[in-house]
Design a protein around this ligand. Structure first.
Ligand SMILES: NC(=O)c1ccc[n+]([C@@H]2O[C@H](COP(=O)([O-])OP(=O)(O)OC[C@H]3O[C@@H](n4cnc5c(N)ncnc54)[C@H](O)[C@@H]3O)[C@@H](O)[C@H]2O)c1
Ligand SMILES: O=C(O)C(=O)C[C@]1(C(=O)O)C=C[C@@H](O)C=C1
Length: 390
């Protein structure tokens, strides 16, 4: 399970095996590679494995008989298969310590116990970083920077196993947090799983939205519905495995929404009466009717304010975005990237905003702040329409 560095109390991880090279497995592998850990990879989907290797996340696992066990094996597969993958990995002596990353913990632990897994070397985990995209192509080495990483060891876990998985989380830039599996599941029902359903419920309204409404979509609806873009099959699995706690939270959300809808319905009837009778004296009555709405908005603001990480806790690099107008024609993006390369500037990320029917689009280039002036000057000199600071 790795060695302990004398005097530091920290475990040194030299070799980690990642089973499942999707979004989370590949992101963990990339973070570990950046810390010079030797990473071996496996996935039943050869295309995922190949892409993860090509991205520099590690090398394919080679299980020749007698090969030394890795310090840790990370099972980064869908929740339902974790216990079986764990049992098989332990039977083959793949690693000294095992962890997983599934978004639910009680059902994974129950499954592992049921299959007779060795619970001394298994420390279930859940990194609280992710994206609405899946697969290795969406992976990022910085996905877990400044995020919590839940660890849910049972009483049977060896302290050395817990120390090794704690170090794994730290190497990925996360803050390990040890808690009991049931407490974890109730907590993530509140801060992750029910929010996902609420986001889906809002996004589902857009299925039958008219083109005019969609054309008016701004950042608000994009923020509220981003996570609804996640993989439905994965989320069905997560919700099935944490059904009770998620249902409890959703009942409370539904009660707030129902009370708000009721109050607004009554308000709209009152407003219609005002319009026909022009009776300002009854206005105070309508304000009282708005009390449930006022109350929800105030509680919502307070709850939002309680989310940690607003005061510098997140150490994720902050990129500066510079918009560049690009003609809608073949090769335009290639020329833009070539100009950045000539200027010696690395584009960290790029998004394209394109309005169908218009001959132009906007490429939003994500840069390290210190690279902005260099690139803006180089692109302007080549005649590009650059808009830093917009
Ligand atoms: N997506 C997120 O935001 C997020 C965040 C934290 C944790 N998680 C958890 O991480 C796990 C992986 O999710 P993801 O988002 O990376 O999904 P993903 O679809 O990107 O990747 C899952 C990978 O697991 C592989 N796989 C399937 N069966 C396997 C098996 N038997 N053995 C090994 N690999 C197998 C698939 O081929 C795929 O490459 C899930 O348990 C999920 O609950 C997801
Ligand atoms: O940021 C996102 O896209 C996520 O949904 C990530 C998120 C979350 O709810 O925070 C989703 C599920 C995971 O199990 C952990 C993290």
């Amino acid at each position: 399970m790795g060695e302990e560095t004398a005097g530091t109390g920290r475990t040194v991880l030299r070799r980690v095996s990642v089973l499942g090279t999707g979004l989370i497995g590949t992101s963990i592998a990339l973070a570990l590679r950046a810390r010079d850990v030797d990473v071996t990879l496996s996935d039943p989907d050869p295309a995922s494995l190949r892409l993860a290797c090509d991205l520099g996340a590690g090398r394919p696992m080679d299980r020749t008989p007698g090969s030394a066990p890795a310090d840790i094996a990370v099972i980064a597969a869908p929740p339902a298969v974790v216990p079986a993958v764990l049992r098989q990995a332990q039977d083959s002596g793949l690693a000294q310590v095992y962890t997983d990353v599934a978004s639910v913990k009680s059902s994974v632990l129950e499954g592992a116990e049921r299959l007779g897994c060795d619970m001394a070397t298994f420390v279930p985990g859940h990194p609280m970083g992710g994206r609405e995209k899946h697969g290795p192509g969406a992976a990022r080495a910085d996905l877990f920077l400044g995020r919590s990483w839940a660890l849910c060891p049972t009483g049977k876990a060896d302290p050395g196993s817990v120390a090794a998985v704690t170090e794994l989380a730290r190497l990925c830039g996360a803050d390990p947090l040890v808690l009991e599996a049931g407490a974890h599941d109730r907590a993530v029902a509140l801060v992750s799983h029910a929010p996902h359903v609420a986001s889906s419920a809002v996004a589902a309204r857009l299925v039958s939205a008219g083109e005019t409404a969609l054309a008016l979509a701004g950042q608000g609806v994009r923020d509220v519905t981003r996570i609804a873009g996640g993989d439905p099959a994965m989320w069905e699995e997560i919700l099935t495995h944490n059904a009770g706690p998620v249902a409890d939270v959703l009942r409370e959300v539904a009660a707030d929404l129902a009370a708000t809808a009721e109050a607004l319905h009554a308000q709209s009837a009152t407003a219609a009466t005002f319009a026909s009778e022009a009776d300002p004296a009854s206005e105070s009555g309508s304000e009282d009717g708005m009390q449930p709405v006022r109350d929800l908005l105030a509680r919502g603001r307070s709850g939002h304010g309680r989310i940690p990480g607003k005061h510098g806790a997140v150490r994720r690099p902050v990129y500066t975005v510079i918009p560049v107008v690009i003609p809608d024609e073949p090769g335009a993006l290639g020329r833009l990237f070539a100009a950045a390369a000539t200027a010696g500037v690395n584009i960290e990320d790029v998004r394209i905003e394109h309005t169908p029917g218009l001959p132009l689009g906007v490429a939003e280039l994500y840069l390290l702040p210190e690279a902005v002036d260099t690139l803006a000057e180089a692109l302007s000199a080549e005649g590009w329409s650059v808009h830093p600071g917009v």
